[in-house]
Design a protein. Structure first.
Lengths: 280, 350
C-alpha cells in the first residue's frame, strides 16, 4: 500500500515555495544583478555588489556585529545554563511556574519591551534615579554598546534557556545516580555526565541566540542610539533609505553564508547524533 | 496523483480566498494615505471617513527617502502622499505624480502666495502645501549657552553625550554644510567631504541619532540639545518651559511639506476632495494643535493664539527666513550624500 501520509506535506511544500524559496531566490537574483537592471528585459548580471562589500568599512561593521552578537550569546549562555539547570531540577509545579515566567515576556511585543528598557536606562530613568538617591553620580547607560548588548541578552535569553532545559530534562537520572554510587563527586558528575548530555541543547541555544542577535537592527537603533551600526542596520538602511536593493541583497546573502558555515561548524561539536534537542 | 493535485490546488485556492476576502470585505471606497509619523490630527481621518462614507488606510514613514521607496516599491497603491519638497521634485521628474484638478480644491485659495510657485513645483500643478518649517537647535536654557547663535553649539565639547542628532542624511549634512558656509544643496565633493569630517568629529559627542524621539528626550531633560524641525521644538516647548529654540545665524533649511497624488491612485477625485478637506480652516487649526508646525493657511493663522504667535519656532522671524535655503533634489548626486552618511553612521563610537 502506498504511504498516503506524505500528501499531508504538500501544503507545506506549496507554502515553503511561495514564502521561503521564492523570496530567497529573489534576494539572490537582486544580489547578482546591477542597479541599472530594469525588469527582465534588461537584466545585467554582475558580481560588483559582492566586491563592494570587501571595503574595510563594511568588513568592520560585520566584525563589530559578530563581536556584539558573540558577547550577547556568551552572556546568555552563562546566565541561561544555570537557569535551565535550576528549572530542570525543581519539582514539577515549581518547574511549570518557572518555565511560564521564562516565556511570559515573549507574549509582549519585542518593540514595547525594548522601549521599556529606554525608560529604565535613561539619564533620568529608574536606575539613574536610584543611583542619585543613594548618593552616587549618574552614569550614561542608554545609547551605549552595553545597552545594546543588554537589550539583546534580555530579548533572546529565552531561546538559550529553553533548548538547554529540554536537553537537561530528557537526561536519564539513573546515570547520575550510578555515577554517584560509583564514587564520583559532584564536579565530576557535572563535567562527565550532565554537561556532555546537555551539549545538544547548548548548541541549539547558541545558534538560536546568535542568529537573531547578529542580524537585529531595532535594538542597536533604540538602545544603541544608532551610534554603532550593525549589519542589520546597514541592510535596513540600504533597502529603506538608499534604495540600493542589490547591494542590500548581496550583504544578506553573505550573512546567510556566514550563518550556514558557523552552523555546520557548531554541528561538528554535536555529540548527540540522535537528534533530541537539536534543531538541525 | 489526481488526489494530490486536487489537494494542493485546494490549499492554493484557500490561500487566495483568504487574501481576496480580506480585501473584498470593503464595499466602500478606500483612500490610501501615506504621511510622516505624528503629522496629522487623526480625528480628521475619522471625520472624513464618516462624512464621505469611505475607508481610509493610513500609513506612515519617518524620512522622505523611506517614503520614496515605499511609493516606488508599490506595496500599496497610495492615493495621497504628504512629503517634503525635494522628494516631491524628484517624483515629479520621474513621472510619479499626477497633475491636480484645482477646481476640486477650492480651499487652495487660502494657501499663502509665498508658498506657491516654489522650485519643486514651479507652475503649481502637482502639489498643495501642507505645513512649512525650518531646522534648528532645541536646547535647555539652564545648561546651554547659545549666545554664539551658531551651528557650532552642536559641536560643543562641554555637552559630551548630551547632544541628539537626526538620523536623516540631508538634515544632518545641512547643519554641517551651513556651519562651513556652503550651500546645503552642494554637489561639490570637496565641500561634502569637509562636512563629513565635521560630522565624524562630532560623533563622539553625540548621545544618539534619532528621528521623531528627540522632543520626548528633551522634555525629560535627558539631553541638553537636539537638532530638530521647528514643530518638534514647539511641541517640546509647550511641555517644558526650560526649553528654547534657536535658528543658527549661518542660516538653515526652509522646507515645505506638500500633499500630492501619486500616479498609482485609483481615485483622483476623492483624493482631491481630501486635499481640499485638509486645506479648510477648521482642519488646519486642528492640525496645528497636533503637529505645531508653521501653517501655510492665510486664514487659520489669524486664529492662532497669541502665545504660539510669539514663539519663534512657530512664527519664524522674517530675517531668519531670508537666510534660509530650500532643499533641492540632488538627482544622481544623492549618492554623494548617502555614501558619506553611511561612513558617518558606520564610524565606531564609544
Amino acid at each position: 500500500m502506498k504511504d498516503r501520509t506524505k500528501y499531508f506535506s504538500y501544503p507545506y511544500i506549496v507554502w515553503m515555495t511561495i514564502f521561503i524559496i521564492l523570496p530567497s531566490f529573489l534576494v539572490l537574483l537582486y544580489s547578482i544583478t546591477s542597479k541599472e537592471s530594469n525588469g527582465i528585459t534588461t537584466i545585467n548580471f554582475t558580481l560588483e555588489n559582492y566586491k563592494l562589500f570587501f571595503d574595510p568599512m563594511y568588513i568592520n561593521i560585520l566584525f563589530d556585529s559578530m563581536t556584539l552578537a558573540a558577547i550577547s550569546t556568551l552572556i546568555c549562555l552563562i546566565l541561561g545554563y544555570p537557569a535551565a539547570y535550576i528549572i530542570s531540577t525543581s519539582n514539577i509545579s515549581k518547574r511549570n511556574t518557572l518555565l511560564f515566567l521564562c516565556i511570559l515576556p515573549m507574549w509582549m511585543n519585542m518593540l514595547l519591551r525594548t522601549y521599556a528598557w529606554m525608560t529604565i536606562l535613561g539619564n533620568n530613568g529608574l536606575i539613574n534615579n536610584f543611583l542619585e538617591m543613594i548618593g552616587f553620580q549618574k552614569v550614561n547607560l542608554l545609547y551605549t554598546r552595553g545597552a545594546t548588548v543588554m537589550g539583546m541578552v534580555y530579548n533572546f535569553i529565552p531561546f538559550m534557556i529553553l533548548p538547554i532545559y529540554t536537553a537537561l530534562s530528557k537526561m536519564d537520572i539513573g546515570l547520575i545516580e550510578a555515577a554517584d554510587d560509583l564514587g564520583a563527586d559532584k564536579k565530576t558528575i557535572f563535567r562527565k555526565i550532565i554537561l556532555p548530555l546537555s551539549m545538544p541543547g547548548v548548541i541549539s541555544g547558541i545558534i538560536m541566540v546568535f542568529m537573531p542577535a547578529v542580524s537585529t537592527f531595532i535594538i542597536p537603533q533604540l538602545l544603541g542610539g544608532n551610534k554603532n551600526m550593525m549589519i542589520g542596520n546597514l541592510i535596513e538602511k540600504l533597502f529603506i533609505l538608499n534604495g540600493d536593493w542589490n547591494f542590500g541583497s548581496a550583504i544578506s546573502i553573505i550573512m546567510m553564508i556566514i550563518i550556514l558555515i558557523s552552523m555546520s561548524i557548531m554541528n561538528k561539536f554535536d555529540v548527540d547524533k540522535e537528534g533530541g534537542a537539536r534543531l538541525w | 496523483m489526481k488526489k494530490r493535485n486536487l489537494y494542493s490546488l485546494l490549499v492554493v485556492l484557500a490561500s487566495i480566498l483568504i487574501f481576496v476576502t480580506a480585501c473584498g470585505q470593503e464595499e466602500k471606497e478606500v483612500l490610501n494615505i501615506l504621511n510622516y509619523d505624528i503629522y496629522i490630527d487623526k480625528s480628521l481621518l475619522n471625520q472624513f471617513e464618516i462624512e464621505n462614507n469611505v475607508t481610509i488606510k493610513y500609513d506612515t514613514y519617518s524620512t522622505p527617502e523611506e517614503m520614496y521607496i515605499k511609493a516606488k516599491a508599490g506595496a500599496s497603491n497610495y492615493d495621497l502622499i504628504i512629503s517634503s519638497e525635494y522628494m516631491i521634485e524628484r517624483m515629479i521628474n520621474e513621472g510619479m505624480v499626477n497633475k491636480l484638478n484645482f477646481e476640486n480644491i477650492p480651499n487652495y485659495n487660502f494657501i499663502g502666495e509665498e508658498f506657491k510657485n516654489q522650485p519643486y513645483d514651479p507652475n503649481n500643478e502637482y502639489a498643495v502645501p501642507y505645513f512649512w518649517g525650518t531646522l534648528g537647535i532645541l536646547y535647555n536654557k539652564n545648561t546651554v549657552d547659545v549666545s554664539s547663535k551658531s551651528w557650532e553649539i552642536l559641536w560643543d565639547k562641554n555637552h559630551d553625550q548630551r547632544i541628539i542628532m537626526m538620523d536623516s542624511q540631508r538634515d544632518s549634512f545641512a547643519a554641517a554644510l551651513r556651519l562651513l558656509g556652503y550651500s546645503l544643496n552642494t554637489v561639490n565633493e570637496q565641500e561634502l567631504d569637509e562636512a563629513k569630517e565635521l560630522l565624524l568629529k562630532q560623533k563622539p559627542l553625540v548621545m544618539a541619532y534619532i528621528t521623531d524621539g528627540a522632543p520626548d528626550i528633551m522634555i525629560n531633560e535627558e539631553a541638553d540639545m537636539a537638532l530638530v524641525w521647528s514643530g518638534e521644538a514647539v511641541s517640546a516647548m509647550e511641555e517644558n518651559e526650560n526649553l528654547d529654540f534657536v535658528i543658527p545665524k549661518e542660516g538653515s533649511n526652509i522646507w515645505i511639506d506638500a500633499m500630492f497624488i501619486p500616479a498609482t491612485t485609483k481615485n483622483q477625485t476623492l483624493s482631491e476632495k481630501f486635499i481640499d478637506f485638509l486645506c479648510s480652516k477648521e482642519s488646519t487649526l486642528r492640525n496645528i494643535d497636533e503637529v505645531w508646525y508653521s501653517t501655510v493657511h492665510t486664514d487659520a493663522i489669524k486664529e492662532v493664539d497669541e502665545e504660539l504667535l510669539n514663539n519663534e519656532a512657530f512664527n519664524i522671524p522674517a530675517e531668519d527666513i531670508n537666510n534660509m535655503e530650500m532643499f533641492r533634489d540632488p538627482k544622481e548626486f544623492i549618492d554623494l550624500y548617502s555614501s558619506r552618511w553611511t561612513e558617518v553612521m558606520a564610524q565606531e563610537a564609544n
